[in-house]
Design a protein around this ligand. Structure first.
Ligand SMILES: [Zn+2]
Length: 479
């Protein structure tokens, strides 16, 4: 019998409103778990934290706060800018040596829990964060990653949905707590059985190719795309996070289908301009996990409005999906399968998620896979890298199968850093200025604008740089 728990992260006002929560609290008070199960359950695991149960949302959020407090030099916790449909804060971590100082290191982004019931994605992500912090200074490879890469982590993209599923109020929930387009909702409304199939599929709400084949149009359907590209605050968070950092490699964790996926995810996309290098990294990771690796459209199913599409077509980010903990007929099998998946042991011999995570993290440090700017500028100057362009949705599929014209989505990418004291140049690891075309297997010849500001003086330069290239930028007159 599954054990019901009261989630303390639910605000008291919402708890009072939810009779379902009250009965969950009662079951917990009465001790729903039989003593025999407690006697035989393992009390520790080989995971970095030794955990043996899935984290609750309140545990994840508390743990993130504690990690930042305990390791202020290496862990920064920050709130993403948009509150969820239920009004919750979505937290992110940044992990790097001297994390407080913005600098020119490339970023690797890892996410968990777009889909509410895919609990292993939270624990795999959190255990990996503990793992690298524990092995920094002991394992040379991990030490170098802390030195060379800024690691961005969003363990729970969809906290509303996680709470509903993890509390077992709606265990098989997939989507968000959006019930009415554009309107907030309460926990009680989201938990109401009448709304159990409502919500937006957050991995169909990203802007690039939104509205194409591989998403549903109805709010009660499993892969509902939402009313517009980036309509949902949870995905506005992901867009804004990616737009503000040089995320050169990204991983979106899901369960449970044993695949490493990359763009194209929908049939409206061309073969990506960077197909060879993008595919090769995916295949290498596929070997770490003993899973098939390739585009969604060839090895899985069609999906439009996915994280990979936005990451790749906005910035050229090499973005992937892992389909973790396969073969158990569950989106969140018994916790031992999370342990086995993390190490490639037991039920998953040689299918090592940790190795896959490390390979992608390390790929972020590989300058052959992104671009490098060597910028001359005076110490103390603020450097800003910007680029504005128009991204397109897919021609928008309508209920009668006709299509209306693609929606133009204005995008601005902006990242910045400060030239350190005593230095007159910085090395800035960035995404290529050339952007992959959404129409053909070519790059659009766009440029970055680099702006230097110091003591009221500014200087600007345009730089055009391809993947694997280095470019010099002289802003030394900004003083
Ligand atoms: Zn999923």
């Amino acid at each position: 019998m599954p054990r019901l728990r009261l989630l303390p992260s639910v605000r008291p006002s919402l708890m009072l409103a939810g009779t379902l929560l009250a009965s969950a609290a009662l079951a917990s008070t009465l001790g729903a778990q039989p003593p025999a199960a407690r006697d035989t359950a393992p009390t520790t695991s080989p995971l970095p934290t030794g955990r043996v149960t899935y984290r609750t949302l309140v545990e994840v959020n508390l743990e993130m706060e504690q990690l930042a407090a305990r390791h202020p030099d290496r862990v920064r916790r920050f709130a993403l800018p948009h509150k969820t449909v239920l009004g919750q804060t979505v937290w992110a971590l940044e992990v790097a040596r001297n994390v407080a100082v913005p600098d020119g290191r490339p970023a690797f982004l890892m996410t968990g829990l777009h889909h509410s019931r895919e609990w292993p994605t939270v624990d795999l992500t959190m255990e990996f964060v503990h793992d690298i912090l524990m092995n920094d200074g002991k394992d040379a490879r991990i030490t170098a990653l802390l030195d060379n890469v800024r690691f961005l982590v969003v363990p729970v993209v969809n906290p509303d949905g996680y709470e509903l599923s993890r509390s077992l109020l709606n265990e098989q929930k997939r989507k968000s707590c959006r019930i009415t387009a554009g309107a907030p909702a309460t926990f009680a409304e989201c938990a109401n059985p009448r709304n159990r199939n409502a919500g937006v599929d957050l991995n169909r709400n990203y802007g690039a190719f939104w509205g194409g084949i591989g998403a549903n149009l109805g709010v009660m359907e499993g892969s509902y795309r939402g009313p517009a590209p980036f309509s949902e605050p949870e995905i506005q968070n992901m867009r804004d996070l990616m737009n503000a950092h040089q995320v050169v490699v990204a991983l979106s964790n899901h369960t449970p289908d044993a695949k490493v996926l990359r763009a194209p995810s929908s049939p409206d996309e061309p073969v990506p301009a960077d197909a060879a290098a993008y595919d090769a990294l995916g295949k290498a990771v596929g070997a770490d996990l003993k899973w098939e690796a390739g585009p969604w459209t060839e090895i899985y199913y069609a999906a439009s409005g996915t994280m990979e599409e936005y990451a790749y077509y906005s910035a050229g980010t090499f973005a992937y999906t892992f389909e973790n903990t396969p073969g158990q007929r569950s989106f969140h099998p018994a916790y031992s399968f999370v342990v086995d998946q993390y190490f490639g042991t037991g039920a998953y011999p040689g299918s090592n998620a940790r190795a896959g995570f490390l390979r992608l993290y390390e790929a972020a440090a590989n300058a052959a896979l992104h671009s490098v700017l060597e910028v001359r500028a005076p110490a103390g100057a603020t450097l800003t890298l910007t680029k504005s362009f128009t991204l397109e949705s897919a021609p928008v599929l309508q209920a009668d199968s006709s299509r209306t014209p693609a929606i133009a989505i204005p995008i601005t990418l902006t990242s910045s850093l400060t030239v350190p004291a005593g230095r007159d140049r910085v090395t800035w690891h960035v995404n290529p200025s050339l952007r992959p075309s959404q129409k053909s297997s070519e790059h659009l010849r766009e440029s970055w604008t680099v702006t230097c500001a110091r003591n009221g003086a500014t200087q600007r330069a345009q730089v055009t740089v391809a993947r694997g290239e280095r470019a010099a930028v002289d802003l030394s007159a900004c003083r």
